[in-house]
Ligand binder design. Structure first.
Ligand SMILES: [Fe+2]
Length: 428
C-alpha cells in the first residue's frame, strides 16, 4: 500500500514539475493586467499649465481614471483630489515571432494646472490603482532648469540601455524632461521591445515627462508603430497626418520642436507632402516663436559623424529655415556614434547652429574624420544634460560611467549670434 502511495506521489510530483516548466516556458512577460502599468507623462504644448499621462491595462478594465491633487507633503488623502475620466481605446499589437497582445490604453491631459507647483497623481480604477506619483509644473520665470537628451536606445534595451537612463536620472533626478532623438526600439510593432523600454525606465516615466521624436526603426516601412500614438500622448499641433511625431512644446524660455525625418521612408520624396508640409509648418512655428531659446530635434543628422553617410536632403530643405530664425541647437541620432559641431552649407554666413549626433544604446559604430565635428566619439553610450539659465545654455555629455565626455556653453548676445565656449575635457 505504502509503495503504491509512493509511486503515486512521485507521479504527481513529476506532472506538477512538467506543468510548472510549461507555464514558465510560455509565460508572456508583456501581458497587461487589471493594474495600470507603462505609466508615462508627456509634455503638453504649454508645460506650465498642462501635462499628459498615458497608461495600459488589460482589456477587462473598460474605464480609466486619474486622481490629481497638490503635493502637500503630508499623508495623502485620496478624497482630497480631483477625479478625471480618461479616454480609453483597445489596441491589438501584432509582430513577427511574438504572440498578439491586446490591451486598453488610457490617456488624459491635465489642463489648468498652476505654474510652479508640485502635484501628486495616480491612475487606475477602483481596486486597481497605481501608486501616487509626483510631477512639477515649471514656473514662468527664466530661472534655471535642465533636461536630459538621449540618442537611439534601440537595442538590448532592458539589458544594456537601462543603465544609461538610470545613470542619467541618478545624475539629475530633478530634470524637467527627457528627450529622445528616435529609434527608441529596434523593430516597430514589437511589444516585447516596448516592454523592455518601459522596464528600463520604470517609474521615471511616470514622474519625468518624456518628449520623443520617431526614428526609422519606429516605422515599419511607411507605417508608424501603432504603439507610438497609443502609449504616448504628445501634442497634435503639427501638420495633419503627422500627429504626435511633428510638434512643439514650450518650457519656460525654451521652445522645443520635433520634426519627423523618418516618415515617408526617411523623407524619400523631396516634393512630397511630408517634406513640404513640415517645412511650411516649421517656418510658421519659428516665425511665431517668442521664446529666447529654440532647440530642434529629429532623427536623421544634418551632418553625419560616419564616413559613409550624409543627409544632404535634410540640410537643403530644413537648414535655411533654421538659420533664418536663428535656431540654437539641433539634437539628432541614427548614426550610433557621437559628433558635435557648428556648421552651415551656406558659405556666405558665419555658422551659428550647434549640431549634435549621439547614441545611448549599445549598438555602436566608429565615428569618421569629418571637418564639421569639434568633438567626436566612437563606441560610447552617452547621455546629455542640458541646462538653461536665462541667456546661458550649458551642454554636457556623459559616458555610461558618468564621466564627462563633452561640454560647451552657449551665451546669447544682443544683435549677434551665440557665443560658444568650448569646454570639452582633455581626454582624447
Ligand atoms: Fe535610425
Amino acid at each position: 500500500m505504502n509503495e503504491r502511495l509512493n509511486r503515486f506521489s512521485k507521479f504527481f510530483l513529476s506532472i506538477s514539475i512538467i506543468c510548472l516548466c510549461c507555464t514558465q516556458a510560455f509565460a508572456q512577460v508583456n501581458l497587461a493586467s487589471s493594474y495600470p502599468d507603462r505609466i508615462i507623462l508627456n509634455l503638453a504644448q504649454d508645460a506650465s499649465t498642462s501635462v499628459a499621462v498615458t497608461w495600459r491595462t488589460s482589456t477587462n478594465i473598460l474605464e480609466g481614471y486619474c486622481e490629481l491633487q497638490l503635493n502637500s507633503g503630508t499623508r495623502i488623502d485620496p478624497k482630497a483630489g480631483i477625479v478625471f475620466l480618461a479616454e480609453t481605446s483597445t489596441i491589438e499589437y501584432s509582430s513577427e515571432d511574438e504572440s498578439n497582445i491586446a490591451s486598453n490604453q488610457h490617456s488624459y491631459v491635465f489642463t489648468d494646472l498652476i505654474a510652479g507647483k508640485s502635484y501628486l497623481y495616480r491612475v487606475g480604477t477602483e481596486g486597481f490603482w497605481s501608486e501616487w506619483l509626483e510631477f512639477s509644473t515649471p514656473n514662468t520665470d527664466n530661472d534655471e532648469f535642465s533636461f536630459i537628451y538621449f540618442g537611439d536606445p534601440q537595442n538590448d534595451i532592458k539589458s544594456q540601455w537601462s543603465r544609461i537612463i538610470r545613470k542619467a536620472y541618478q545624475y539629475n533626478p530633478n530634470c524637467s524632461f527627457m528627450l529622445y532623438a528616435g529609434d527608441i526600439i529596434n523593430n516597430a510593432g514589437s511589444d516585447i521591445q516596448w516592454d523592455e523600454w518601459f522596464k528600463a525606465g520604470s517609474f521615471i516615466y511616470g514622474m519625468v515627462p518624456q518628449f520623443l521624436t520617431p526614428g526609422n526603426h519606429d516605422y515599419d516601412g511607411l507605417t508608424l508603430d501603432p504603439h507610438w500614438n497609443a502609449q504616448f500622448t504628445q501634442p497634435h499641433n503639427g501638420p495633419k497626418g503627422l500627429e504626435g511625431t511633428c510638434f512643439f512644446i514650450d518650457y519656460k524660455n525654451l521652445r522645443v520642436i520635433s520634426f519627423d525625418s523618418a516618415v515617408d521612408g526617411e523623407l524619400e520624396h523631396e516634393d512630397g507632402y511630408e517634406v513640404t508640409s513640415q517645412k511650411a509648418w516649421l517656418d510658421s512655428v519659428l516665425k511665431n516663436n517668442t521664446k529666447e531659446w529654440v532647440i530642434v530635434t529629429t532623427h536623421l543628422p544634418f551632418y553625419s559623424p560616419k564616413e559613409s553617410r550624409d543627409n544632404e536632403l535634410i540640410r537643403r530643405n530644413f537648414q535655411p529655415i533654421l538659420e533664418k530664425y536663428g535656431v540654437d541647437l539641433v539634437l539628432t541620432g541614427h548614426d550610433h556614434s557621437y559628433g558635435r559641431g557648428t556648421a552651415s552649407d551656406n558659405l556666405e554666413m558665419k555658422p551659428s547652429i550647434v549640431y549634435v549626433v549621439s547614441v545611448s544604446g549599445p549598438k555602436l559604430y566608429e565615428a569618421g574624420d569629418k571637418d564639421w565635428m569639434q568633438q567626436k566619439g566612437s563606441m560610447l553610450q552617452l547621455f546629455q544634460n542640458i541646462c538653461i539659465k536665462s541667456n546661458v545654455l550649458t551642454y554636457e555629455a556623459f559616458t555610461a560611467r558618468g564621466e564627462l565626455f563633452d561640454k560647451f556653453i552657449l551665451k546669447k548676445r544682443n544683435n549677434s549670434s551665440n557665443k560658444l565656449v568650448d569646454k570639452k575635457p582633455d581626454i582624447n
